[in-house]
Design a protein around this ligand. Structure first.
Ligand code: ATP
Ligand code: MG
Length: 570
């Protein structure tokens, strides 16, 4: 006998957005159809905040057998271009999402124009010839009503004529705007005759010089949702006060089309969730653009940027970004999430993915004095202990090696289990060696360390696993590449730069990029291309940078093996 049980909301562990979607489905709204959209304005690159919106928009569509389309909200030609469009597409694909269609708000300029004309003809809109300052002054405050524009009751014919004039090359930018005629006393400021069209002469990235009058966000966004058949228009909390206006314009659109309202009529529904804010960075595209233009960073994809392209270049995996977003969840309250949480997600994911290689960032020479000059051996190195299927590669052992300077101490305390005269350590994947001494230059700097190896202690050999406390990484001096390594720190010095009164430029961390020259990486790693996740053993996760060449390899430090920051701040 089959037992069917309805799971409760708690049992299903649904986000509040999913709960609302399920409620709509249960009520039979929109004939059970689910359609969402991700609506970026192509005026910058996507950042991790956008990834949160993307995971929601695409996630809901996937979960409820719906479709998520892309819509570029391109209603302000002064800030938008195709380079941004291309990069947005690339970043969404990288995250692993597939869109249905690609739409543009500019696809609807004609329809929006017709709607605006209808608004004027029906007494719902008028041309205001006041300046932006005058209009702003008359807006009032949330507790005091606004003042009506002297043009508010001008004849329909006059507004129609002027609206047409707005869309000509002769129209002067700022000389007039089209305003919806709503309610100058409404406690919701967005209802106080919002501007819905303005004059812009900058050519548009898609429509060129065809248009001179452009719709404002509030007169394009909801309408685009409506034209496309979006059922759930999911966005961030700052749009809560816009929602009544969103619904009002949909009412007018339906009225224009003669659609009668009944429960099962199509109507997009706006749902808002909290924005992602992360410590030590910021999400404002305007400010990120300033960092790029003023050359505080090398570009939108600088590995210190909170952009998806920056994170990709730095070596973050898309899976780790998605896991992080999933772990923080969606709420109705804005918060500040700890960057350390994101880094922990990256570390956890890369542990499963990264190819283990050897690199020495602060090298000092180690000579194995009893190993014959000119002799070499290929040692087997496991690519990833977390995943046997990743196999092995070989690393060449020889008499002359590089090890980390920090791994040697001449007078070491008892607990120092690395290299010090008279003590044994294992060289990873190779032999146990006993340090016999070191050579110094005239200033007393150590220039070379000597050790003897035990030929019977080769890794993997029977009886070779006698206990030594320390295992060190190394590379063979004749079988490695010199490389540059870029180590990153927080982009900003303060936890919440967006909430700081000082100019954000003053809050930048001057030590956010440290470039280390003359590192040595084993040959196998030097050949790795950007996109290959690497772990430099005992150091951290790394990825070849886009600047890397065969002659001059460059690696980005993605994240350390442990959270160095947690310790520092204690
Ligand atoms: P700007 O910084 O230019 O005001 P924006 O960051 O809002 O713009 P859009 O391109 O308009 O960028 O955003 C596209 C979508 O991404 C919107 O639905 C927006 O709500 C969402 N979004 C933007 N920033 C965040 C964020 N920090 N967290 C979650 N969602 C975000
Ligand atoms: Mg926006």
């Amino acid at each position: 006998m089959a037992i069917t049980e309805e799971k409760t909301v708690e049992e299903k562990n649904l986000s509040f957005v999913e709960q609302l979607v399920e409620q709509d489905l249960a009520e039979g709204k929109n004939a059970g159809r689910i359609q969402t959209r991700f609506p970026p304005e192509p005026n910058g690159y996507l950042h991790i905040g956008h990834a949160k919106a993307i995971c929601m928009d695409f996630g809901v569509a996937e979960k409820y057998n719906g479709v998520c389309n892309l819509r570029f909200d391109d209603t302000n030609p002064t800030k938008e271009n195709n380079e941004y469009v291309e990069n947005i597409l690339n970043d969404i694909s990288w995250l692993g999402f597939k869109w249905g269609n690609i739409y543009y708000a500019s696809d609807y300029f004609e329809k929006l124009w017709d709607f605006a004309v209808w608004m004027i003809q029906n007494g719902h809109a008028y041309i205001d010839e006041q300046t932006a300052e005058q209009i702003a002054e008359q807006k009032g405050t949330p507790t005091t009503p606004g003042v009506a524009s002297p043009y508010r009751d001008r004849p329909v014919e006059e507004s129609l004529k002027l609206f047409n004039k707005m869309n000509t090359p002769e129209a002067v930018e700022g000389s007039m705007v089209l305003r919806a005629k709503l309610d100058m006393a409404n406690p919701n400021m967005h209802f106080r005759d919002p501007i819905i069209y303005r004059i812009i002469h900058t050519p548009h990235h898609r429509t060129g010089t065809k248009w001179h009058a452009y719709p404002m966000y509030d007169f394009a966004h909801g309408q685009s949702d409506f034209f496309e058949g979006v059922t759930h228009s999911i966005c961030t909390l700052e749009f809560v006060p816009h929602r009544p206006l969103y619904d009002k314009f949909i009412d007018y659109l339906k009225e224009m089309r003669g659609e009668t309202e009944n429960l099962h009529d199509f109507r997009p529904r706006q749902i808002e969730f909290n924005r992602l804010n992360l410590t030590y960075t910021m999400m404002s595209k305007r400010k990120l653009l300033a960092l790029v233009e003023e050359k505080f960073v090398s570009g939108w994809d600088d590995p210190r940027m909170p952009t998806l392209s920056g994170m990709r270049r730095r070596g973050y995996s898309p899976e780790s970004v998605r896991k992080f977003i999933d772990s923080i969840g969606y709420t109705k309250f804005d918060a500040l999430n700890d960057m350390a949480l994101l880094e922990a997600a990256v570390r956890e994911d890369l542990n499963k993915r990264a190819l283990r290689v050897s690199a020495v960032l602060n090298p000092v020479k180690l000579v194995i004095t009893n190993y014959p000059e000119g002799q070499t051996e290929e040692m087997e190195a496991i690519n990833n202990p977390e995943n046997e299927a990743d196999g092995t590669h070989t690393i060449t052992f020889s008499r002359n090696l590089w090890i980390e300077r920090d791994d040697f101490m001449e007078d070491a305390p008892k607990k120092f289990f690395r290299m010090t005269p008279g003590k044994e350590v294992r060289l990873k994947n190779a032999y146990i060696v006993k340090c016999t001494g070191c050579t110094k230059d005239a200033e007393g700097n150590i220039v070379e360390i000597q050790a003897e190896y035990d030929p019977l202690s080769k890794s993997g050999l029977e009886g070779a696993n006698r206990k030594v406390k320390g295992t060190l990484h190394w590379v063979s001096a004749d079988h490695c590449h010199k490389a540059q390594v870029r180590v990153y720190d927080r982009l900003f010095c303060v936890e919440n730069p967006s909430a700081d009164e000082r100019d954000f430029r003053e809050l930048l961390n001057p030590e956010s990029l440290k470039t280390i020259e003359n590192c040595y990486v084993e040959d196998y790693a030097a050949d790795c291309k950007p996109g290959q996740y690497l772990q430099f053993q005992r150091i951290g996760y790394f990825m070849a940078d886009l600047d890397s060449t065969a002659e001059n390899p460059v690696f980005n430090k993605t994240v350390g093996l442990k959270d160095a920051w947690a310790k520092q701040n204690k």
